[in-house]
Design a protein around this ligand. Structure first.
Ligand SMILES: [Zn+2]
Ligand SMILES: [Zn+2]
Length: 357
């Protein structure tokens, strides 16, 4: 009999998170691998599911393993798996399309109506010791990358995909404004620089986050004074960048930031809506329309993990300083409290899932 334990972090309902055993995975299917989970980062969405028991229409109705920013080691391979072998260390892409519908066949697997995404009901997440996953969605880590870095490839994939949607290109002299300096905003600014933006500035209402951004090499920062009107803030952006931004990566999800983006972005440029806005917002759409400012949404990412891994393994982006806290899986509740506490100074809280003596 299999004696391994499968300690897991399970959200039972709103504000009820438990560390408990869950069933061990069955043998991997032909195109699956079995993974020994190593490191899982806590995302803002995990915290939301814990605090609220739901995000939008996704409601936790029965106990659900959480977590989706994961690195792991392959311990079993299915009969048809060719891309991985036992012992490989991987970064785990958590959203798997059905690969049978037209959307998937067209390559847009992140938009598949039947996509299964870790930790979003009804699909269990990766904050557990063992699980199976599609081998096509496990990306091998180079030897020079740690598991901690591997677990950051998921949020970095969001940033890389946002920069791809924005058409950030080397040598094009693009100025980029990033609004919001949380983990995804920071990673978006770093990705924009690494992918060829000439100049990047980042805005936030939180001064300590901007200090952190400066330590990460994003030296142009603007502390948002919420009493300022959009035009005054826009003038600050133009002053620091030397011109209007060609591209905005809106990572805050705040209505005021989307309005600033539409107002200050160059005519004909791209504004990427990375942050999740409330369902209804009041923005000056006619201004965007008349000036051909393209408002582009993103749904997580597709085809972006390999580039994220390359940018880190080649030294173009250093994600390690973002990892501010590490916990063991047994301490998951404390880890979630740290991640949820705005005064903790946490940027990225990670949980190690393997057995430690
Ligand atoms: Zn996430
Ligand atoms: Zn599909």
């Amino acid at each position: 009999m299999d004696k391994r334990d499968n300690l897991s972090v399970v959200i039972h309902k709103k504000e009820d998170l438990r560390v408990e055993q869950s069933a061990l995975p069955s043998e991997p299917g032909p195109y699956e691998v079995q993974l020994a989970s190593n490191t899982v980062g806590i995302c803002g969405s995990d915290v939301h599911f814990w605090k609220d028991g739901c995000i939008d229409k996704w409601v936790i109705e029965s106990p659900l393993v959480t977590g989706h920013e994961s690195s792991a080691t392959v311990i079993k391979v299915g009969s048809h798996v060719k891309n991985l072998k036992v012992g490989d260390r991987v970064s785990v892409e958590p959203g798997v399309g059905c690969m049978a519908c037209q959307v998937c066949k067209d390559g847009f697997y992140n938009l598949c109506p039947d996509v299964l995404f870790f930790g979003v009901p009804p699909t269990g997440g990766s904050l557990r010791r063992y699980y199976n996953h599609s081998s096509a969605f496990c990306h091998k880590l180079p030897d020079n990358m740690s598991h901690g870095e591997g677990a950051l490839m998921e949020p970095l994939a969001v940033a890389v995909y946002a920069c791809k949607r924005a058409a950030i290109t080397e040598g094009s002299g693009q100025r980029v404004m990033v609004t919001g300096a949380g983990p995804v905003g920071l990673l978006s600014a770093l990705a924009a620089k690494a992918m060829g933006a000439q100049d990047v500035c980042i805005l936030d209402i939180n001064e300590s986050r901007l200090k952190f951004a400066q330590q990460m090499g994003i030296d142009k920062t603007i502390l948002i004074d919420t009493k300022l009107d959009t035009e005054s803030l826009a003038n600050e952006v133009i002053a620091i960048l030397g011109d209007s931004p060609d591209i905005t990566l809106e990572c805050s999800g705040a209505e005021s930031s989307l309005n600033l983006a539409i107002f200050v972005n160059k005519d004909g440029g791209n504004v990427i809506m990375v942050g999740i806005n409330p369902r209804k917002v009041s923005v000056s759409l006619s201004s965007a329309a008349c000036r051909e400012v393209n408002l582009l949404g993103i749904k997580r990412y597709r085809h972006s993990f390999p580039l994220a891994i390359y940018l880190v393994s080649s030294g173009k982006i250093d994600v390690k300083p973002l990892i501010t806290h590490k916990y063991r899986i047994e301490e998951a509740l404390e880890a979630f409290h740290t991640a949820a506490n705005p005064t903790s100074g946490a940027i990225k809280v990670q949980i190690e899932c393997f057995e430690q003596s």
